[in-house]
Design a protein around this ligand. Structure first.
Ligand SMILES: [Cu+2]
Length: 474
């Protein structure tokens, strides 16, 4: 396995350049002749959102999103990645606890898949639950690269004990397309506010913001609202919907008109206290599994809670058998999203032994046209600033001194949410957490995954312009 190979490199090991231009670490080569369990071919695809909107992008295996990959927890698999494009690529396995050699992240030294090249990766899927795969290439000012493309898809890791208590299982990726630079980025960050502005600086930087990335084209999977097949249901059915926010640019909120949803898992990990909610909020990169009881016959819209975003395509029609009305939308009460309602308050993990403090800041226009993002006063890279001791339980404090909500992700580790804006919780295990604007999030994690681990904002432009740091093991 790649993990075992990492310590003792074969003679033909290669040195991969990282996509940010840094020299990469030495990595094991692909295993020649290994039979692939899965093949991902990266190549140009067309995506017909509706007959009037046919996009050209890069996808996996001829589609965007790519195929739903089902893997068995703990059963090693070989994935062959074939890159039919002119740029080096990386396939990242988001939410998996796997070594940096296969994590698919340039900063961690994962090997690139060369233009028109191929490479096999062996990984042991886990933990069980809804994970996903996506390009981790940098894009900088090129909106046709990295997470702006159609390179994303679900991985469902089967733990073998799924009760299967549902009639239909759906994988719905919410997504925007055709990104552009704009000086007027509007997003749903108000949704993250759930308390006082704990981290609002006393003195604000009032320089004008640089350009951000916006979109006016949305879909669920590869279809805009009103196009493609509806979700066909019967009264009395239970739907299990696995949602993913695969956007490179924004956090999004969605609801199913006429229905409540019971959130049973966050980022694929079972919620200690499942709760019924009117709508769900997903930071870029986050997943939510929700069960919906089909108990309100009609024809409904499942889509963005924001009318303009639904009109730009973010939605799908839900159609009960025998119903023939127009699809209906009903606004639901808008409350700030609160992760802590899914916690159980029971402290089961050990108390943290050490605390890592992080402060996020923005320099408006710091990169000329764009903003620069700082972690502890510096854009990436940080010189050995975050060094972990194997086996230690850490508390990570994230202080967001910016006016945006940032979906923060730590690769290859699972963290337990402890506090949002001063409100405590326990038992909510996640890999991505939206840190509210001028707010604070606190998570605990155990350093049990040796090697480099990338910590970053999941908004591609923020990550590209400084908002990342490498955690390393002593
Ligand atoms: Cu961000």
């Amino acid at each position: 396995m790649a993990q075992a190979a990492a310590g003792k490199l074969p003679a033909n090991a290669q040195v991969a350049p990282a996509p940010d231009g840094r020299a990469g670490m030495t990595v094991p080569p692909s295993v020649p002749g290994a039979k692939a369990d899965y093949t991902l071919r990266i190549a140009p695809v067309t995506v017909e959102l509706d007959p009037a909107h046919i996009l050209s992008t890069i996808g996996y295996n001829g589609t965007a999103p790519g195929p739903v990959l089902r893997m068995r927890e703990g059963k090693p698999v070989t994935v062959e990645v074939i890159n039919d494009t002119d740029t080096p690529e990386l396939v990242h396995w988001h939410g998996m606890l796997i070594p940096p050699e296969v994590d698919g992240t340039g900063e961690e030294g994962s090997p690139l898949v060369a233009p028109h090249g191929r490479r096999s990766f062996q990984l042991t899927p886990g933990p069980a639950g809804s994970r996903w795969y996506h390009s981790h290439a940098m894009a900088m000012d090129d909106l046709h690269k990295g997470a702006y493309t159609g390179q994303f898809g679900f991985v469902y890791v089967d733990g073998g004990n799924d009760p299967g208590n549902y009639d239909q299982e759906l994988f719905l990726a919410i997504r925007d397309w055709e990104p552009f630079f704009t000086a007027n980025m509007e997003d749903d960050d108000d949704d993250t506010h759930n308390g006082p502005l704990l981290e609002k600086p006393a003195v604000m930087n009032t320089e004008p913001d640089g350009l951000e990335v916006g979109s006016m084209t949305y879909s669920i999977n590869d279809k805009a609202l009103g196009s493609g097949d509806p979700i066909r249901v019967r009264e009395g059915q239970r739907l299990l919907i696995r949602f993913l926010n695969a956007s490179a640019i924004e956090n999004l909120r969605i609801a199913m008109a006429g229905h409540k949803m019971t959130v049973i898992a966050l980022d694929g990990n079972p919620a200690p206290a499942p709760q019924m909610v009117d709508s769900i909020f997903l930071g870029a990169g986050e997943r939510i599994d929700a069960v919906v009881e089909m108990n309100h016959p009609g024809i409904w819209i499942l889509g963005s809670t924001e009318k303009p975003i639904r009109e730009m395509g973010l939605g799908v029609v839900v159609e009960y058998a025998g119903q023939h009305t127009q699809p209906q939308w009903i606004d639901s009460a808008k409350q700030p999203w609160d992760y802590t309602i899914f916690g159980n308050g029971t402290v089961s993990a050990p108390a943290p032994e050490e605390t890592i403090e992080t402060i996020f800041e923005k320099i408006p226009g710091g990169a000329g046209k764009f903003n620069v993002w700082l972690v502890n006063g510096k854009p990436y890279p940080h010189d050995r600033e975050f060094v972990l001791k194997q086996g230690t339980r850490y508390r990570l404090v994230m202080r967001n001194r910016t006016d945006d909500a940032h979906p923060m992700h730590l690769h290859r580790h699972l963290w337990e949410l402890k506090e949002i804006n001063g409100k405590p919780t326990a038992g909510v295990n996640k890999d991505t957490v939206v840190v509210p604007y001028y707010g604070r999030a606190v998570v605990d994690f155990t350093a049990d995954q040796p090697g480099l681990a990338l910590f970053h904002c999941h908004i591609q432009q923020h990550m590209d312009y400084g908002f990342k740091a490498l955690f390393r093991y002593a």
